[in-house]
Design a protein around this ligand. Structure first.
Ligand SMILES: C[S@@+](CC[C@H](N)C(=O)[O-])C[C@H]1O[C@@H](n2cnc3c(N)ncnc32)[C@H](O)[C@@H]1O
Length: 415
């Protein structure tokens, strides 16, 4: 299988399972501080509800099914999800180990499963098995329903529409009333692949995807890297498959929300593989979160080039780019004034954009409050706050239209 070969090459390359040591690896700061965070943020209220329902129901534990689990990252994400706790509290996990009755991860790739078992196989409630979700939902005889059917990082884009419909039908039948399906796809209108945007989605259902971002620019041209097709998705395309699956299963599959993830920091923003206007934005944003390392701010700015006739996509992405750039500019101005020991740091320019107004305020407050602190204030404090502020712009200036690297749908099974 093409995808299997490509993932094997990526894991053999080494950086795919490397933890954050280097800024260009699978677990870079953008993955952790932007992508994992954003997924967890939108999932949290649904998990809180499930936790509460379980607590009221004889204290049973939660059951998770991770489809395309890879090296078990889903277990890591779910078990590390933070609740809203007070500063003085030490443990902020939303779900403690003992609250998980079962986590089952399936994947086609045995090398990834082996790594998953190495990392998490010691837990009794964790199980990794080989399975193919393109042939329906892999289940054992009498297997109990799951509270969450989880996918991550574009995994469902491995299915064509018939496979996806069959998988949704199986999940809809197997789930209980109130189960959640986290559907993670590749977004149709990400700026990363602006060259292949189309007004006729049925003419361009797939992107011929390359995991070439793990390689240096030089290696990318010299090493032969396998590609595989991934289904590009927009909300109407997902809804069409859901509607048909719900009809066949005889249950309601209710979209609670869609959200876009990584609008300007997707893996391919820098490769230029599918966009003639590559920019080092992912690396720069990762650098903001790296302690002890200062980032070159001019490279943090988005140079958005509209594509003719794609009006709503251009408007939405330009609005985000304008706010993003205005915040970077204002932070540079604040730092210059800070250095000249001025009593009062300049106030931000007026804006109608509420998320930008808040982000300006936070950056000014950060610089004001940082005077006299220990350490490299820029590298460790100001830049990290700017990273969070850019993340909040990304989250608040989109409404899940397929404009990010990832398009995620949170779907509730209603029986
Ligand atoms: C984008 S990766 C996500 C991996 C992991 N969940 C993560 O968060 O990093 C997609 C995963 O789906 C697996 N996969 C692709 N097609 C599959 C299929 N038909 N059945 C099971 N797993 C599949 C791949 O081997 C790969 O591990």
């Amino acid at each position: 299988m093409e995808a299997d070969k490509a993932y094997l090459e990526a894991i053999q390359h080494g950086r795919y399972s490397e933890q954050v040591k280097d800024l260009r690896c699978k677990y870079d700061h953008v993955r952790i501080q932007f992508e994992d965070f954003i997924t967890a943020f939108y999932l949290r209220p649904h998990l809180e509800r499930l936790v509460e329902e379980k607590a009221n129901n004889n204290g049973e534990g939660l059951r998770f099914y991770d489809l395309g689990c890879g090296t078990g990252d889903g277990y890591d994400l779910l078990s590390k999800m933070a609740g809203t706790t007070k500063l003085s509290e030490f443990d902020n996990r939303l779900i403690e180990q003992e609250m998980v009755e079962q986590y089952k991860g399936i994947d086609l790739n045995v090398a990834l499963l082996k790594e998953a078992r190495n990392l998490f196989g010691d837990y009794d409630h964790v199980d990794f098995c080989k399975g193919n979700f393109s042939e329906g939902l892999p289940l054992e005889e009498g297997e109990q329903p799951y509270d969450l059917y989880f996918t991550s990082y574009g995994t469902l884009s491995h299915c064509n529409d018939q496979e996806l419909e069959r998988l949704f039908v199986d999940i809809a039948k197997h789930a209980h009333n109130g189960s959640i399906i986290l559907c993670d796809f590749i977004g149709r209108y990400s700026y990363e692949w602006q060259d292949i945007w189309t007004h006729e989605p049925e003419e361009q259902p797939y992107i011929d995807y390359l995991i070439n971002y793990l390689y240096t620019e030089e290696d990318r041209d010299n090493v032969e890297i396998s590609s595989f097709p991934l289904r590009l998705m927009s909300p109407p395309e997902v809804e069409k498959v859901l509607k048909s699956a719900a009809g066949k299963a005889g249950v309601e599959l209710k979209v609670e929300r869609f959200f876009d993830r990584s609008l300007f920091v997707g893996r391919h923003i820098e490769t230029g593989t599918y966009n003639g206007n590559p920019q080092p934005l992912r690396l720069m944003v990762s650098s903001l979160f790296e302690r002890g390392l200062r980032t070159y701010f001019p490279d943090l700015k988005v140079n958005y080039r509209p594509r003719r006739t794609f009006n709503w996509q251009n408007d939405a992405l330009q609005t985000l780019a304008d706010s993003w750039n205005a915040l970077v500019d204002y932070t540079m101005v604040l730092m210059e004034h800070y250095d000249s020991d001025e009593e009062l740091l300049p106030y931000p320019p007026p804006t109608e954009v509420k998320p930008l107004e808040k982000a300006y305020r936070v950056m000014r407050q950060t610089l004001e409050g940082s005077k006299g602190l220990y350490g490299d204030i820029r590298a460790d404090l100001i830049e990290a706050q700017l990273g969070y502020a850019l993340r909040s712009l990304e989250m608040n200036l989109q409404d899940g239209q397929g404009l990010g690297h990832g398009l995620i749908g949170i779907v509730k099974v209603v029986k």
